[in-house]
Design a protein around this ligand. Structure first.
Ligand SMILES: [Zn+2]
Length: 410
């Protein structure tokens, strides 16, 4: 248990910030509402609500407006003062780098899109420089657009389809791009100094997992496993994302499932990615040339199309891969005991082919008595899962410290 700091003022300022965050998150998720309703929804006292909302109104974070009337008990109707977030001059920014392209997305605090651009980077293997140039250019254009529409950029998130670790965070390696460790935030800032000092670097899988989970009601124990750029995932247990001190949790593609299997780039033999990774499946499906010419996303989309059309070579390529995926899900189910397993990336489109293989494997005999197999669900957010997750992450971070929204820059 973390001991409380002795400094009472620090404790009270932490509590105050927490309560301010409660209020603004409630307003962001449920829309404008009265102080009475805010007190009910947050469990804070009316006195606390009065003091906190006064501070937020003064800072320009909340605005008051008498919108509508609520019938009082006497039936005469009484004007309600509604509070709403005043974030009309704020934009959230997400920059995303995947195996084929760089994307920049600006949204309102509510998540509505203000600007989006995507550029192919051409995947020059092993050369971070030209790819970061393209990413920095999308960043520059998004910042220019934010300036044009007079919005301050807050809560910047940079998403990579690769493992991330360290403080400040760096990309550990990106096998799709042939990268070793890259200080992506530092390289971006060298090219575009306007990149926010508090910009966060995040791996796609954890963001996508949280975004998919937010669409499932009441699910606190969930595994997310996806394939687009390699194979990755995340485990959410008791409502919390498992990250680990080295940020390695969720590297499901490198579970060594095949005894004495093929040598993997990670140095182990028989990793899941060596038998079910996108390159393997695309090669066996005869789509290698398309992968080289049009990139990974286009090749995987074509693979899914062929699967749906009953293409024999595609089905033959998928069948052994799907068995290894099912086997891996079986192992992970024993380790994590999730309620649901969500498949993301192009696997979302093929979840109905994995589920029967998974169910057929059944439980280990010793665990059979109490075994309810987790449901396998197709992810619903498609290729934008990580982008959505990044926007929500940025918003949550911003609203956890809502005074950042204050337009006053002292
Ligand atoms: Zn490996």
């Amino acid at each position: 248990m973390t001991p409380l700091p002795r400094d009472g003022s620090r404790v009270s300022s932490d509590i105050r910030r927490h309560n301010l965050g409660l209020l603004t998150r409630q307003l962001a998720s449920a829309g404008p509402q009265s102080r009475t309703r805010l007190a009910e929804a947050t469990g804070l006292t009316k006195g606390a609500i009065t003091a906190l909302t006064a501070a937020l109104v003064k800072a320009g974070v909340l605005k008051e407006g008498a919108e509508g009337a609520s019938p009082s008990r006497s039936g005469t109707g009484r004007k309600r003062t509604l509070l709403r977030l005043a974030a009309d001059d704020v934009a959230l920014l997400v920059i995303q780098l995947d195996a084929d392209s760089a994307t920049a997305l600006l949204t309102t605090v509510a998540g509505d899109e203000l600007f989006r651009m995507e550029r192919q980077h051409g995947r020059p293997m092993g050369r971070p420089g030209p790819i970061i140039d393209v990413l920095a250019d999308t960043l520059r254009q998004a910042l220019d657009e934010a300036a044009r529409i007079s919005r301050r950029v807050l809560g910047t998130v940079v998403v990579v389809f690769a493992p991330v670790s360290g403080d400040p965070a760096i990309v550990l390696a990106d096998t799709d791009l042939g990268w070793g460790p890259v200080d992506l935030l530092g390289e971006l800032r060298a090219r575009e100094p306007r990149l926010a000092a508090d910009a966060r670097l995040c791996p796609d899988a954890t963001l996508a997992a949280q975004a998919e989970r937010s669409l499932l009601d009441g699910i606190d124990d969930m595994l997310y496993i996806k394939s687009n750029s390699g194979i990755g995932g995340a485990a959410i247990s008791g409502g919390r994302l498992i990250v680990g001190p080295r940020s390695m949790a969720g590297a499901f593609g490198h579970l060594a499932v095949v005894p004495d299997g093929e040598l993997c780039l990670c140095g182990q033999h028989g990793c899941l990615v060596t038998v079910a990774g996108p390159e393997v499946v695309l090669r066996d499906a005869g789509l290698d040339a398309l992968l080289q010419s049009d990139g990974l996303s286009a090749a995987l989309a074509e693979f899914v199309r062929r699967m749906r059309a009953g293409d024999e070579q595609a089905i033959a390529a998928w069948e052994p891969a799907a068995r290894w995926v099912a086997k891996t899900l079986s192992l992970l189910s024993i380790v994590f005991d999730p309620d649901v397993i969500v498949l993301g990336g192009y696997w979302a489109e093929l979840a109905d082919t994995v589920d029967p293989l998974f169910q057929r494997l059944g439980p280990p005999v010793a665990l059979a008595a109490g075994w309810t197999p987790p449901a396998i669900l197709a992810g619903t957010l498609g290729a934008d899962a990580a982008l959505h997750g990044a926007v929500w992450h940025a918003r949550d971070r911003l609203l956890a410290d809502p005074m950042q929204l204050s337009a006053r820059r002292d």
